[in-house]
Design a protein around this ligand. Structure first.
Ligand SMILES: [Zn+2]
Length: 52
């Protein structure tokens, strides 16, 4: 069990829209569910803004 390290996984949410929604989700969240991690999905553009 390794806590303290947040690894985000890129996921593309299913959508009927032409523009797909790309988000990043914590790996723990993806693997173990929301009970294991309260980090929420982050929109891709939010991360991009953060790195500017
Ligand atoms: Zn997490």
């Amino acid at each position: 069990m390794s806590r303290g390290i947040t690894i985000f996984k890129k996921r593309t949410w299913n959508s009927n829209n032409i523009s797909k929604k790309v988000v990043w989700q914590c790996r723990t969240y993806v693997n173990e569910g929301k009970e294991a991690c309260d980090a929420k999905a982050v929109d891709e553009y939010v991360l991009q803004d953060a790195f500017v």
